[in-house]
Write a protein that binds this ligand. Structure first.
Ligand code: BEZ
Length: 326
């Protein structure tokens, strides 16, 4: 068994067609089919049912595919990390979720550049979950996101918890009420904008829903609904939109209310009123993610720049230990 055969098998399994797999791998169809046949002979197992169109994996083939594709992904990660170890990129590639750009990211980058004037920084807007794959593939060296990850390759540092504010249209009866309570907001249309939901395993909060005549306890994975559900509240009406900017656009148009991290409080202030919530634990975390085994040499400087900005701005944070194997 060799890598060529495994890659041929994965391409055939992914594309369910010899001709499409030949095109993607750059092999001829007879050569691709020979690789698969040799793999099956070596293993003494039929992996692909060739009599179905589109092609299907046998039960054993499906098992082998699930396990082997995970191993090949790991192998790609290891290869890319080894290449980076031998020749680290001079540029620092930073992935971030859009909401942190409204906060201190620009000031942090400015502080980093002041410390290290020669540094080249590339910024890439990328969702929290996609940051994990982007770190592994080398597309980014560091990611700032708002969700915790459980991944054997990734180390994360919790930078701080940022409070949520309620965003209300300026003409809303509660627009000037300081210190709002979630229960008082429940009758409004809540605009939801998160594309990434909480993993089921971290959401102990459940809501009763009726399915086929029976009551079910369903985990609440949408982040804003999860905040309400923690207080036993279900908003009366919701609207889902594609991102934070659209959500704030709808609030500005008087279509509903939403909750946003405090750093968004300068957006559309002519039409939107931002008010604090009394609940201290209604917060959104900011995490820094890197690979465990390969830390870009400039990342410790970046962490120093972050803490420097926090101190200058009087932001409460807990300094975290950073494991750098370099
Ligand atoms: C912050 O607002 O705390 C923050 C934003 C971007 C990167 C790191 C921290």
């Amino acid at each position: 068994m060799d890598l060529k055969q495994l890659n041929a098998f994965i391409a055939i399994a992914d594309l369910k067609s010899f001709s499409a797999a030949a095109e993607i791998t750059g092999l001829s169809q007879p050569s691709l089919s020979r690789q698969l046949k040799q793999l099956e002979t070596d293993m003494d197992v039929i992996l692909v049912d060739r009599y179905h169109r589109p092609l299907q994996l046998t039960e054993a083939g499906q098992f082998f595919y699930d396990k082997v594709s995970a191993v090949l992904t790991e192998l790609n990660t290891i290869t890319s990390m080894t290449q980076r170890l031998s020749a680290p990129s001079t540029a620092l590639n930073i992935g971030f979720v859009p909401s942190v750009l409204y906060g201190h990211l620009p000031e942090i980058i400015a502080s980093l550049k002041q410390q290290s004037p020669d540094i080249e920084v590339n910024l890439k807007d990328i969702s929290s979950y996609q940051q994990v794959e982007a770190l592994k593939s080398g597309e980014i060296d560091i990611g700032f996101g708002r969700f915790a990850h459980q991944d054997a390759w990734i180390q994360q540092i919790l930078l701080r918890h940022e409070r949520y504010l309620v965003a209300l249209p300026k003409a809303h009866p509660l627009a000037h009420t300081k210190e709002q309570r979630l229960i008082d907001l429940a009758n409004n249309r809540l605009i939801l904008y998160h594309q990434t939901h909480l993993p089921m395993s971290t959401t102990a909060t459940t809501l009763k829903t009726r399915k086929n005549g029976t009551l079910d306890n369903e985990p609440v994975t949408e982040p804003l609904l999860h905040l309400f559900a923690q207080y036993g509240i279900t908003p009366l009406m919701t609207t889902e939109v594609s991102d934070l900017q659209v959500a704030l656009g709808l609030v500005a148009a008087g279509e509903g209310i939403t909750l946003v991290p405090a750093s968004l409080k300068t957006v559309r202030t002519e039409q939107i009123s931002y008010q604090r919530l009394i609940h201290e634990n209604v917060t959104s975390p900011i995490y820094l993610h890197t690979l465990k085994d390969f830390v870009h040499p400039k990342i410790p400087n970046l962490l120093t720049a972050i803490y420097h900005v926090y101190e200058r701005r009087g932001i409460t944070y807990r300094q975290q230990k950073f494991v750098s194997k370099l």
